[in-house]
Ligand binder design. Sequence first.
Ligand code: UD1
Ligand code: CA
Length: 456
Amino acid sequence: MVATAAIVLAAGQGTRMRSRLPKVLHPLAGMTMLDHVLAALAAAGVEHRVVVVGHGAEKVEAAVGDRVITARQDPQLGTADAVRVGLGRIPSSVRHVIVTMGDAPLLPPDLFQRLLREQAEGEAVVALLSATPADPSGYGRLVRGADGTAQAIVEEQDGDAAVRALSEVNAGTYCFDAGWLRANIGSVPAAPSGEYYLTDLVGLAVSGGRRVAVVSAPRAELAMGINDRVGLAVAEQLLRTDIAHRHMRNGVTIVDPPSTFIDATVEIAQDARIEPWSVLAGKTRIGPDAVIGPHAHLRDAEIGARSTVWASVVEASLVAEDVQIGPYSHVRPGCRIGPRSRIGNFAELKKTTVGAGTQQHHFSYLGDAEVGNEVNIGAGAVTANFDGTTKHRTTIGDGAFIGVDTMLRAPITIGPGARTGAGAVVTRDVPAGKTVVGMPARPIEARRRSASRDDA
Ligand code: UD1
Ligand code: CA
């Protein structure tokens, strides 16, 4: 039996974003605004969540999938109308209904819990969240009586000068007694604009002799809704700062937080060190004692213990422990780099598995390749994996030595311990232990092997 549910209002147009993307789908530190709201509600223990959608409904529905219930509001007749629509999807067992805005992504979970406690234990029909931002313009003002109790919320455009002079505003997040909300949502009168204001319920409760509780947000900037892209950037900065602080308190060194961009979804182990000008995005995970940056860009990358990524890009790949990457390397999606390997200057890899202790340096490319342990990939070596139509695989056995400027025309297999001479164009498989040279590469006598050197 669910006792508490939440309605997230996300049907509005978000005109001031000037975007084709629905406002609540704009990303913030790697997650959409709406996902931040849903995650905070889940963290507060509110599992039954209804999102009211309208403008861009298909896109919002696709983005949330079946993780939450959605309810369509069409036309959008204001916040009270949106709550009425959302209530239709809330089971009758629910006693407390949290209402919050899809465009308020920074609200910490404990504020939802405080609203719930104030409403339930204080026997109030509604507990609302107030805030005192530096600039209250544009927000509904909280009007308190002589005894300090909440009397009404007056929208800025409907208030006189005395109301507009009030600095305490309605943050737009509430916890309602479900029974009272169901009984009264239909009594909200239409405003002159034709909209139904949820905020009118406060005045209705007071005139009905019911108690309205107020919870003041300790940090106003976390409670406020985002209306335009300037607000979005401000929120991004606040969130990034909080994320960096969380990691530092967990034992991660972040040398220069302002130049370090860590998504909310990133995990970093103790004693990792993040150097300046680094971007850690998506589902990136960093192991203990790893050193990331300066100038690293990781997206959905897993970096093992003690590995270093210096001035390089790693995308959707697994990097084992004690690996050195960079400077100036690009590990593209689908790679697995084995322990103690070194990926050096201007090396590029794509969908390639590299074994333990392998070295790849200087202007080289490995694509669709399986590379063994202790292999040396010389300067300028390239897997020619694409014939214009199909991608082909390259296999390089343990201990192989690929000489400088070698072309490996895939599909091809280089046996364990085999060697290629400088500039070899290898078009046929090379058996284990053999050395090939030339163009196209052909086997040479054992006595000449020492001539095929790699000065990488
Ligand atoms: C609202 C409050 C205001 C408060 C402010 C805090 C009302 C009448 N006013 O004003 O007191 O200070 O939030 O940010 O509630 N929405 C719908 N359906 C609709 C209309 C809106 O789902 O028909 C959604 C919007 O997508 C948005 C939220 O409700 O997420 C708030 O709507 P918005 O128009 O931004 O209200 P504000 O004018 O900001
Ligand atoms: Ca708003």
